[in-house]
Design a protein around this ligand. Sequence first.
Ligand code: GLN
Length: 344
Amino acid sequence: MTARVTGKKILTGALAAVLSLTMTQAIAKGADQSTVNLQHVVDQAYTKYKDFKEGKNADYIPILATVPSDLFGVVIVTRDGKIYAKGDVDYKFSIQSVSKPFTASLVMQQQGPEAVAEKIGVEPTGMPFNSKVALELLEARSVNPSVNAGAIAAVSMVQAKSEKDRWKQVLQNLNDYAGSDLKLMDEVYDSEYSTSWSNRAIANLLYNYGRLYSEPEEALRVYTRQCSVGVSAKDLGIMGATLANEGVNPITNKRVLAAEHVPELLAVMAMTGFYDESGIWQYTSGLPAKTGVGGGIVTVVPGKFAIAAFSPRLNEAGNSIRAMKAIRYIAGELGVGLYGANPE
Ligand code: GLN
């Protein structure tokens, strides 16, 4: 009896060892996340950083300073629509610049990726997201879809009959990515539009250089509305999972972007998604991602899943420090960097 129990124990021990080895190998190769407990790694990232307090809310858009700074949510959404979440993942905050690649996607869908490369640009600026210096220095002017200039240009390129129609299409596209009806946060819009002097300058400079394709104030208004759309970390996860799923929303099964254009969009995110920190982000995570001054970040592991996180405190570049750390941790634990596993 004792011997049998012991034998069973040994067998169980051996089995566990083999299983854990298989799991480690799967993680190391990033080969098959279905064998890995994604909820566990989300929980770990949350616990590891839940008391992290570095950075501060954006305040150049006055209302963003009033968002509770301690909010923190982490989520993985797989390409088949499974959701693994921890923390404040349903809290609605303004999407801000996380919206930018999704509107660039709409432009690609309407006019093809060449139009984005030619009429906006796809080079990293190495400069802050609101840089007027980049606009003057670099002949593309708008430079890329992740900085404000390129994002305002992208909004101006949406083929629309009127301002109302332009906004309707931009919002519908974000809704299609999220698989739900997102709402404009009016108080965020009012706060940003009434203080939009820098972005107004950018829109006018672009127009001056022939790099804006609608009336500047219209582009500015629609761009500001786009940035004021309320999303949760979960919404961002689903938006990213749509890109991980080659352009098809895994919840609604609606195709939002042609599969053949997804690589170009992800390349833009990889090279420019963190502005003047895009290099170090790519160096340490090996994944395409986009940040916003509302505190959201979405990261795409192509063909597999999205990792999204939300935490309002930002660093100097305007990127959420805690969201960045949590995502970086998960990517490292799962070994999913595109250039090879790069654990922390
Ligand atoms: N709406 C913000 C702006 O134009 C977006 C900036 C950001 O999220 N980095 O300044």
